[in-house]
Ligand binder design. Structure first.
Ligand SMILES: CC(C)(COP(=O)(O)OP(=O)(O)OC[C@H]1O[C@@H](n2cnc3c(N)ncnc32)[C@H](O)[C@@H]1OP(=O)(O)O)[C@@H](O)C(=O)NCCC(=O)NCCS
Length: 153
């Protein structure tokens, strides 16, 4: 595991959206920001997490929620770590905090999805104990294939 500067992790706030959306395309290495619209921070900030360096620089984030419709499910919509901070366990820490919160709220399953081209995301989720589906054709609409991750909590 790489060393990393000390980061503080806190609950997200709606106004974090601007700092988060500003880094998404850069951190993903491709256009990805349209899949993270403001509604996610406006309505799911309490279960989402922000990691910051001591000077307030964004180091990582997790946008997730407790499904309002599937009472046993939690869902992680987006998570990212600044390239300079990768492989230091920060995303694992964000996920583990989210898992703990979801368990406290009685959730027994956590799900997420990714694009089949995102091999880093597939490696990360598999390392954290998620089962990964084969790519599901047209999962998010025409030509938007997705890998579906599922993990017991
Ligand atoms: C995927 C991502 C969030 C991982 O963040 P991270 O902080 O580097 O991940 P961690 O350090 O917590 O890694 C935990 C484990 O996942 C696995 N892993 C993480 N990145 C990996 C990579 N690039 N290749 C292979 N395995 C990887 C490893 O097993 C790692 O443990 P190790 O470093 O002790 O071997 C980060 O690469 C990222 O922000 N990518 C761009 C955004 C993205 O694709 N997000 C996907 C979720 S929506």
């Amino acid at each position: 595991m790489n060393a990393r500067p000390l980061c503080a992790i806190r609950a997200a706030r709606p106004e974090d959206y601007d700092a988060v959306i500003a880094v998404v395309d850069d951190w993903w290495g491709r256009p990805a920001s349209r899949d993270l619209t403001r509604v996610f921070l406006d309505h799911f900030y309490a279960t989402s997490l922000i990691a910051e360096e001591a000077d307030g620089t964004l180091a990582g984030f997790l946008v997730g929620f407790l499904s309002p419709s599937e009472s046993s499910h939690a869902y992680i919509h987006f998570a990212g770590v600044a390239p300079r901070m990768r492989r230091s366990g920060l995303a694992r820490e964000l996920y583990e905090r989210f898992f703990a919160r979801a368990r406290e709220e009685g959730r027994t399953v956590v799900k997420a999805i990714t694009s089949p081209v995102n091999s880093r995301s597939i490696a990360f989720h598999t390392a954290l104990g998620f089962e990964a589906s084969a790519p599901v054709a047209d999962y998010d609409g025409p030509s938007l294939d997705r890998v579906v991750f599922r993990r017991a909590l």
